[in-house]
Every structure is written in C-alpha cells, then in structure tokens.
Design a protein around this ligand. Sequence first.
Ligand code: DON
Length: 563
Amino acid sequence: MKALWRKQVFDLVRPVLLALALSVSFQASSDSSAVASAHPLATDAGIDILKKGGNAFDAAVAVTATLAVVEPYSSGIGGGGFWLLHIEQDHRDVMIDGRERAPLAASRDMYLDDNNEVIPGASIDGALSAGIPGVPAAIEHIALNYGKLPLTVTLEPAIRHARTGFKTDKHYQRMAVFREKALNASPEAAKIFLKNNKAPEPGTLIIQSDLADTLSILAAQGARGFYQGELASKLVTSVVKNGGIWSKEDLASYRIIERTPVSGNYRGMKVISAAPPSSGGVALIQMLNMLAQFDFDSLSQSGRTHLLTEVMRRAYRDRAEYLGDTDFVDVPVDRLISEKHAKTLADSVRLDRATPSDQLRKVAVDANKATDTTHFSVVDKEGNRVAATLSINYPFGSGFVAEATGVLLNDEMDDFSSKPGVPNVYGLVGNEANAIEPGKRMLSSMTPTFLETEERIAVLGTPGGSRIITMVLLAALEFHRGGSADSMVNLGRFHHQYLPDRIFIEPDVFSESLVTALFELGHETSVLDSTFGNMHAIVFDRKRMKLDAAADSRGGGTAAVLH
Ligand code: DON
C-alpha cells in the first residue's frame, strides 16, 4: 500500500523533476555553432549562412544544395535523403523524409527479364533506375517551416559554385573512373562530368551552368519551380526519351513526409534515429537493445567483436524480412525495437560460438562494391541540430543527366528488392516488404542519428550503403564510452550483415591474433583493400558548453566551429 502511494506521488512529480533536470544539466545552447560535411565548400557555405544570421536549418539547406553541386557523385537535387532535425525551442525531433519514390508507372517485376531473372544494371544505370527526387521539396520544406532566411540567400553559395565551377580532387577522379561507362551513356552527363569522355584529372574545373539555372529557379519559385512547369516538362521528356517511366503527375504529386524518428535507450544514452523507410534507426536500436542483454564492457576484445557480429547478423536478418515503406506495408517497428524482442534474439547468441546465418532463417548474397552518398551535421547556438544523410545511391547515381536541366538523376530504385532474396548492389536482400510498388519509397540504410546522455549530445551519420548502420553503431558505442567526435569518426570499422556470412574489416584494424580468435569462434573474415564510410559528427558538451566537430579522415571533408 505504502509502495503504491509512493509510486503515485513519484508519477506525479516525475515530470517536474524531469523538467528541472533538463533545465539544470541538459543545457543545449552555447555561444558557438558547428558544421561538418564531406566537402570544404559545403562546410564553408553552412558557416557563411550561420554568420548571416541563419539557424541550423538554414545552414542545412545551404549545405544540402552546395553538396549537390560540389560532390555530384554523392548526392544531388536529383536524389533524396533524410534530415533529422532537433528544434530546441519546442524540445522536438522530427525526420524530414525526402526519400525518392517509385514512379507511378513502376511495377514489381520491372527489372526482371522474361525468365524472371534480374536484368544486370537495369536498376543501376540510366533513366529507368531513377526514383522521383525528394531533395528540392525537402530544401523548400526545411526553409519554410524551420529556417529564417529565404532560399535566394541560402541557395546562393550553391548557385555560385555551379556557375563559376569547382575543382575536382582525387576522390572525384576515382568515382568518375568507376562510373565512366554510365556517364558516357548520357551525353549531357559526359559533357559536364568528364573531359573527352574520361574521368578528369584532379584540379579540373567543373562548371554546371544548367544546374545553376535550375537552382536559381528553385530559389526564386520554390519547389513548384522544379516539380511543375517548364523544368518538370524538360525532366519528364528527357527521362522518357531515354527509356525511363516518369510522368508529370509523378513530379507534381511528390510530397515531403514529416515522420516521428525512432528512439531507444542504451545504458543511459538516448538514441534518436531514422524511421522507415530507412531501416537504419530500427536496426541500430535493435542492435543496442541486444547488446544491453550482455555485460558487454567486461568482455575481451574478441568477445566484444564476436558479440557485436552476432547482434549485427540478427538485426540485418530482421531488416531483410520486415523492413519497407510503412505507408505501403505493415512494419512491426514497435515489436522490433522492443526489449522483449531483443531478449528473444539475444537468447540464441552463444558467447563461445558464431551462429551461422543459415541457421537463423534463409535469404542469399555476395559482397559490396564502391559506393557513395553523403552525411553532414550542423548545430547552432540555440541548440538546434541537423543530422542529414543524402544520396543519389551509386557514385554519380544513374549517370544520367536530364537534357538542359543539369540534374543528375539518382539510381535509388536499386534499393528496392527487385526480386525477393536476390541481393542488390550492396549485397542486401529483402522480400515482399521492400518489393517495388508505384509511389512507394525504397528501403534505405541511411541512419542520421542523435545521441544524448546527461553530459553530452552527438549528431552523426555516414554514407556506406549497407554498412551505414553498423558504422553508426560502432560510433555510438565509442560516444557512450566517452569518445570525442574525432575518435567516433576515425574509429576502425568492421561489419556483418547476415548475408554474406562474413565479417568485413577495414585494413589494419584487427590484429592477427584477433582474426585468429574470431576464426576459432567460427567466423569467416575478409580484410578489405580499402576503408569505408565518411562520417561527420558534432559533439556538444552540455556542462562545458563546448562544441567539437570532426570530419572523417578517410574523406576530404572538413569540420568547423564558429564562435
Ligand atoms: O539509402 C541507402 O541505403 C543507399 N542508397 C545509400 C547508399 C550509400 O550509402 C552509398 N555509399 N557509400
């Protein structure tokens, strides 16, 4: 009776205590702001907009648009993305879903031949592989609903870099070599992004006059200027002429969706992350929930690596089975991120032995290739935050530029499961939940995330296809251990995705003895030739009111703190 009374009183005062705790130790504003992105010109654009009095959301618009110009192999206005926003004055988090949609004429088997086999390249190269872009709509949505400055101001840096050009680097060259064939199949793309049909040498100036005009229309007219009228007609005409299936209705009916992010808790750390149609947040929380069932910190290094592999395996199995666009299919999100489900999954983990993936329940695959996409993070003085992961999918997307628009189209249709059980370009398998349907959003792994402890807040994310979610997991654990923004982004990485049943490891990350110990536990391992990911993170220390930002040393990005 006494216990019940105490509980009732506690329930009554809990909100007050929570509010007090928030106001005392959960300080979110400071006298500085920060931007971390994959290109120095994009970071500079974000900082310039903050200096002009813009907030984090204005800066995010500027960074999004600038990356679309200077990192054309990663994201663009012909692509999509997820912007996770924290609006400090409302104590609210929201996910702006600007993911591409399947065209209305799309059909479940559109990438299969007469023998029901997946047609190689059909969902990766050219106009047929492009979903309906979400970035232009997201730019306007964020500016109108959350920003303070007009698009004519926030898009100015992007328009300038498109008009006067930017200089390529080694990474540009590598990506262009990788996609030379697809780019050469589109005369407009070859003209803009190649030199004499070859990947340009580093230091080459890339001028995008048509894109500058398109961005200027977006700045002056808003999203309407892109999705309706003359520009929309040009896009549709060019796509259809080149084998695509877009219609004017596809563009006119595209809408941004505001979604509630998924959230969870790992040993006192709150996790706020991407909701479906990304699988990122669900899988991330599932993995952390499973880890919480074990005394992770007391394990040896091989024990921890083994356990991490086992939780990755189980989360990616669920991803393949259940995840898709919740506007089209029922995804049991609450069940998947529940503690009860984590306990059931954790019950089958043996600490002394790997569980072969084929013992879990089926689906088949092969390994990954070079990929692209981009992530940036912004925090402003008021404590507003943005974690945005944007994509056109493969490097240079579909390789197709719609005539006289400068718009390089995505090949995000490959993120659908073209055929249940057949892996996509990232080796990921899916089933009915992620089958193609007209107007549906394809499943993503992009995982823009906020982490919050009593002392600190992190804003992070990375590109990397199927490996995005496990990279964010490793960085989240590093943050939980007290690691800085720099140590989070530069941590050595490894990954398991259920199928193929193999741990992929960055070069020079695991010692020989660790690899041997994993082998003895029953794991197959592959040390890769190159690193993966390009993480950008900002960490805010609530007590010291200090911001710390970091760009992944694997990429060419920069991080800047503005005092
Ligand atoms: O949405 C997705 O999951 C993929 N389109 C992301 C692709 C990607 O990260 C490629 N990056 N390196």
